[in-house]
Each structure stands twice: as structure tokens, then as C-alpha cells.
Ligand binder design. Structure first.
Ligand code: URA
Length: 217
């Protein structure tokens, strides 16, 4: 049996609400930024299910001994926002994963060829293969930037089985390309949209996420 990329679209009213706010062309930049923070938070919440390492312990309540489960702080954890737009999801993700390191990765796509080029790489030279890595990119359009990010992580030693990818809108072309690259990856997204336009923007999408989050329209 061949494996297939797992793409989860959580059925949560908060995710639907903030996606609607983000999609609306009349949403001002300040509210768009809040919507992305909330989407980063709730998608991280969903993605961290069955992914965060826990440990079972016995502790004392004020009344009696009690079994409990806590997050295990030992295995390394990292968040990789793909700049610029991935930064808009970072605050929400960090509130849930305060112990994670943040490694910024700046990728810009050539508007004609749609190829991604790296302009900032704050990844460490080597990455422990036990590191759980949450990769943030709100718009999976062609998949080019995501694959460049995955390659950069894997060539430093990271184990893709421990990756979780978070996006807000994922388009079919990106999902197909990522599936061809590695069908064992796991993606959490607020929505899957069908198409790209000629400029490589997702339709209906939400426009340029970086410009809308940083008020540079
Ligand atoms: N990047 C964006 O910000 N929006 C798109 O629709 C595609 C890529």
C-alpha cells in the first residue's frame, strides 16, 4: 500500500470564524493580524494532539497522591516560521509551545518563475533527529517554499516524521507537490482551496498574507 499525505482540516468554529475574518477583503490589517494569531493558536492546538511528548508521573495534590500526565520538556522542540507571512502565525504557536526554539527561515518567491529563494536562514547547522518541528506557512500555493524549507531541515538532520506543517489555506497544487516530495508528512490547515491564478495566488484564498499582516498592500 502506498502512503498518502495526511491533511487535516479541523472542524472547529473558532478556526472557521477566524478564517472567515481573514478571507474578507474589508478586514483591516490590524484585525487580519489578530485572525492569523488566532489561527496559529488553534491550528497548533489541533496539531499538537498526539504529537507533544508527555510523561506519566505521580504527584501529591493537597489531599492525596495522584497520577498525572505532564508535557515532557526533554525532547527538543522547534518552530520554523517561513518569512514573511509565517511570522503572522508565530505568536499563536508560541503561546502553546513556550519551550520551543524559533528558527526563522526567509524565503521569497520569484513572481515570474514562482521559484523560492532563501534570503535568511537561522537554522542551526545540525538539528537533533529527535526534534519535533512545527513549520508555519499560512499559504501553501505552489508548495515551492515549503519544499525548500523541508529540504533545509532534512539536510541538517531533522526527522520529517516529527514535523507538523501548519497553513491557513492550502491549494491542491501545493498538496500534490508536497505529497510527491514526502507522502508521510502531516499538515493542519483551516481550508483547502482548489486553484491558483496565473500569478500563483490561491483562489479564493485571502490575498497576499504577508502584505495584509504587515500593512504593506
Ligand atoms: N502567498 C500568499 O500570500 N497568498 C497566496 O495566495 C499565495 C502565496
Amino acid at each position: 500500500m502506498t502512503s498518502q499525505l495526511r491533511v487535516y482540516v479541523p472542524e472547529h468554529p473558532l478556526i472557521k470564524h477566524w478564517l472567515g475574518v481573514a478571507r474578507d477583503r474589508n478586514t483591516p490589517s490590524v484585525l487580519f493580524k489578530s485572525a492569523m494569531t488566532e489561527l496559529g493558536r488553534w491550528l497548533t492546538y489541533e496539531a499538537s494532539r498526539n504529537w507533544l511528548p508527555t510523561e506519566d508521573i505521580v504527584l501529591e495534590t493537597p489531599l492525596a497522591p495522584c497520577e498525572a500526565t505532564l508535557i515532557n520538556p526533554e525532547p527538543p522542540m522547534a518552530i520554523v516560521p517561513i518569512l514573511r507571512a509565517g511570522l503572522a502565525l508565530l505568536d499563536g504557536a508560541q503561546t502553546l509551545l513556550p519551550l520551543a526554539s524559533t528558527y526563522h527561515l526567509g524565503l521569497v518567491r520569484n513572481e515570474e518563475t514562482l521559484e523560492a529563494t532563501c534570503y535568511l536562514n537561522k537554522l542551526p547547522e545540525t538539528i537533533d533527529s529527535n526534534t519535533r518541528i512545527l513549520i508555519l506557512d499560512p499559504m501553501l500555493a505552489t508548495g515551492g517554499s515549503m519544499i525548500a524549507a523541508l529540504e533545509a531541515l532534512i539536510e541538517r538532520g531533522a526527522n520529517p516524521e516529527l514535523f507538523r506543517i501548519i497553513s491557513v489555506v492550502a491549494a491542491h497544487p501545493a498538496l500534490q507537490k508536497i505529497n510527491q516530495y514526502n507522502p508521510n508528512l502531516i499538515i493542519y490547515t483551516a481550508m483547502i482551496d482548489p486553484d491558483l491564478n496565473e500569478q500563483g495566488y490561491i483562489v479564493p484564498g485571502l490575498g497576499d498574507a504577508g502584505d495584509r499582516a504587515f500593512g504593506t498592500l
